[in-house]
Design a protein around this ligand. Sequence first.
Ligand code: SF4
Length: 402
Amino acid sequence: MSELRPLSYSSLRTYLECPLRWKFLYVDKLPEAPRSYFSFGRTIHSVLEELVRPFLVPEAVPRKSSGTSQRRLDEWQPSGPMVESHPRPLSKDELLAAYDRLWVRDGYSSPEEENRYKGLGENLLLRYYDQFLEEHPRPVAIEEYLQSTLDGVAVHGYVDRIDLTPRGGLEVLDYKTSREMAAHEARQSDQLSMYQVLVETNYALPVEHLTLYHLRSLTPHRSAARSATTLAHLSQKVGEVADGIRSQQFDPTPGRQCERCDFRGLCPEFREVPLEERQRLESLVDRFIQLRKDGEKVDADLHRVADELHAEAERLGVHRLPGRAGVAIRRREEEWSYAPDGVRPLLEEHGLLPRASRLDAAEIQRLVRDPTIDPAVRHEISKRGGRQVRWYWELDHPEPDS
Ligand code: SF4
C-alpha cells in the first residue's frame, strides 16, 4: 500500500467500526448515497460560519511557530488590554437569506421531509442567533483546517470553532445537529480529544474547554481539556488503526453501523450467493451440517462409553480392558495448583523459597517430590495445594493387515 494519508477523526472512527467499510470509502473511494441529516448538518454549519465570521479576532491569539512552546494557562497574560470589537452582526433577515442560499438539497426522501428539516433549521438558527449575541463569544477561528501527528501518524481535521476564553485559554467547539445528546458525550468524545491535539499543535495557548454544542437544545456540553493519559490512549488507538491500515487488515465487522452502510451488496457478510451456484452449494452445506451433527453424536457416545468403561475398571480394580479389536488402557493424569500466598510462608519458614522463585505449580511439585527435603515438610506443602485427577483411555490394537 502507498504511504498512509492523514487520518481524520471520521476516518479513525470508520476504521474502528468496520475496517472493510473504511477500505470501501478510503481506498476504493466508493461514493455513499447522500443523507438528509448530513445535508442538514452541512447547511447549518455553513450558515453558522457566516454568522460567526464577522466576530473573528484571530490576531488575539498567538500561533505556534517552530521554537514557540505551549504556554500554560496561568502563564498567559494577554499583551495589553483586550480590545472590544464591535462587529456588525448579520440581521435575522440576512441570516435566513444565507440559510436559503446555502441550503443543501441532497438526500431528502421527499419534499415533505425536506420541508420538515427546513422548518426545524429555521427555528434552530433564529434561537441560536439570539443566544450567540447574548454570549458575546470571542471566536478566533471558524471551520479551520489543522494538522498534527499522533503516534507518528499524520492526523488532520476541520475544527468548527475556536474561542478565546475569559481566562485567556481556548475553547474548542464542535456543533452538533443530532436529535439528542447526553452531557457525558462531551467528556468521552475522541473527536474532541483529537481536536485538542490539533489546536494545541498549532496555537501557543492551552485548550481550556472542549465543547459539543447541541444546537437543537442550545446546550453547550462543556468538558475540561483532556489529560495526558487520555491523549496517550487516543494516540495508541491512532497507532493501532494505522498499523491495521498499513498491513491491509480490512475484515468486515458487522454491527449497528451496517444499518447505514451503503456497501452491503459488496460485503461478504451480506452478499447473496448467485442463483446458479445456490443448488450445488446447498447440497454441500447440507452434507456439512449432517456430518457436524453426526460428529457431535459420536462425541457424546464416546464420552458415555468411556465413562461406562471407567466405572467397570473401577469396580474390577483393573487398568486394561480387553476387547476383540484391541485393548483399552486406562491412564491417569493429575494437575496440581497452589495459591502462592498459601505456600510462600511455609517455604520461607523452611528456607525453601530460593528453590521456588516463580512459585508456580511445577516448581512446588518438584519440592514435594524432592527426597532431600524432610517428608513432613513435603507433606505440609502438598496439603496446601489442590489436585485435579483426569482419567483417559489409550488404545492398543493391532494395525490392520496391509
Ligand atoms: S455491511 Fe457492515 S460489515 Fe459490511 S462493510 Fe458495511 S459496515 Fe462493514
